[in-house]
Design a binder for this molecule. Structure first.
Ligand code: MV4
Length: 445
């Protein structure tokens, strides 16, 4: 087993990894920017190294500085968390070259899923359903026009280097295609230095349902059931839950088998997530694979009673997984509590938290790095914490969430708590009748 893990991240996920490492008897090293000196991950780790100025490019994205911290602390493994360098294959390669275990998949696996056209081709070969569309990169507007006529509108253009919505354009009729083609290409080039785009049939009002998977170094894969992430705003997830209210035993079996095929197709090692679009007829289509631990991993942990970070560390250390699948035995919901003003277009609201009371009690989990007096820096994401509830039924998990949200007190910055309080009382949300368009028509009172 590893003796010392350096966590190349900050905030709640750094704390999350430190907690599990400590339970496993593994020493931890925190790295921090000068903006994060007073952060809890710095206090809770066994050692801490400053890696640079506040800007991410000078600190949490600065591979040379992080590797120096690895060297001076003698860490034998690196946990990348999510965001920052978690899906950076160059970082994984550099760790490998220094004999440091990158706790995650190999660089080849990261690259196989990083390019969306490559990923889609791999899925087609593996027999995983994908959205109908063209094969490979679009070479011209004329090709795009022909393809769209064959498929029928609406269609969607996506960047092959993309993910998470950047460089994406929905096209409803031919008259819009040329402009959409040009802007998608330009946006892809500006965002990813790669202007490759491809076309798919546009799936209307889909649910976003993802399957958690795990694979070991010996070719065993399993799935750990689904999370419903349909409650999103501008591609930012706000609420996630497991199981999905839309799920049936039959659909879970089919999506679970497809997710395992997807992971097995690249011999996937570590924990990862297969994202699917699910239409109203319960047809499902591979969208992308996240080759990292995700923000919303906690709802899965709660419903299958399993520590995914521990599993990730064990797999990286060469342990075998049993290969058996896991099914939800409880219901869990996660609300992302962000320092944003929900009354003002969710504008970030960084600054000092003057009063801080986080909820507790039966069925409540708070994963958060903040405390009274903590200053949320303006340089990174605006997450204050994740509020997670678990109960026997969805209705109870919602009730517990409403109660916990009512106890939550954060003063000094605006938060998304009022939004979540209203959502938990919303009839459509409570009945499970929602898809990725739900928040477009949701009005905050
Ligand atoms: C789609 C789609 C409909 N049809 N692809 C959004 C992020 C990126 N991962 C892919 N996305 C979508 N791809 C086809 N063929 C609709 C979306 C989409 C979406 C997906 C999941 C959650 C929220 C979303 C919001 C808008 C669009």
């Amino acid at each position: 087993m590893f003796k010392k893990i350096l966590i190349a991240n900050r905030g709640e996920i750094a704390l999350r990894v430190i907690r599990t490492a400590r339970e496993m008897g593994i020493k931890t090293v925190a790295v921090y920017s000068t903006a994060d000196r007073d952060s809890l991950h710095v206090k809770f780790a066994d050692e801490a190294v400053c890696i640079g100025k506040p800007q991410s490019s000078d600190s949490y994205l600065n591979i040379a500085n992080i590797m120096s911290a690895v060297e001076i602390t003698n860490a034998d493994a690196v946990h990348p968390g999510y965001g920052f360098l978690a899906e950076n294959s160059r970082f994984a390669i550099i760790c490998n070259e220094h004999g440091i275990k990158f706790i995650g998949p190999t660089p080849e696996m990261i690259n196989a899923m990083g390019d969306k056209i490559t990923a889609k081709e791999t899925m087609i070969k593996a027999g995983v359903p994908v959205v109908p569309g063209g094969q490979g990169l679009l070479q011209s507007v004329d090709e795009a026009k022909g393809l769209a006529r064959e498929m029928g509108y609406p269609i969607i253009l996506k960047a092959t280097a993309g993910g998470g919505g950047k460089g994406m354009r929905i096209v409803w009729e031919e008259s819009q295609l040329e402009k959409a083609y040009d802007t998608a290409k330009a946006e892809a080039l500006a965002s990813f230095k790669n202007d490759g785009i491809y076309m798919e049939k546009f799936v209307e009002e889909p649910r976003h349902i993802e399957i958690q998977v795990a694979g070991d170094q010996y070719g065993n894969v399993c799935h750990l059931s689904e999370r419903d992430c349909s409650i999103q705003r501008r591609h930012q997830k706000l609420v996630e839950e497991s199981p999905s209210p839309f799920m049936t035993d039959d659909l879970r079996y089919k999506m679970g088998e497809a997710a395992k095929k997807a992971a097995a197709a690249i011999n996937y090692e570590s924990v990862g997530t297969i994202e699917f679009l699910v239409d109203k007829h319960r047809n499902f289509y591979f969208m992308e694979m996240n080759t990292r631990i995700q923000v919303e991993h906690c709802v899965t942990e709660e419903v299958i009673n399993y520590d995914l970070i521990k599993e990730q560390i064990l797999i990286a250390a060469g342990h075998r997984i049993s290969g058996k699948d896991y099914f939800p035995e409880m219901h869990s919901i996660e609300c992302r509590i962000n320092a944003e003003d929900p009354y003002n277009d969710f504008r970030p609201s960084p600054g000092k938290i003057t009063v801080c009371h986080q909820p507790g009690g039966h069925g409540v989990r708070v994963d958060s790095h903040v405390y009274a007096g903590y200053v949320i820096p303006p340089y990174y994401d605006s997450m204050i914490g994740k509020l997670i509830t678990v109960a026997q039924t969805r209705q109870e998990a919602i009730q517990t969430m409403y109660r916990a949200l009512s106890e939550y007190v954060i003063e000094g910055v605006k938060t998304t708590i009022p939004f979540h309080l209203q959502l938990m009382q919303d009839e459509r949300f409570r009945s499970g009748d929602f898809n990725t368009k739900f928040l477009e028509s949701f009005k905050l009172k």
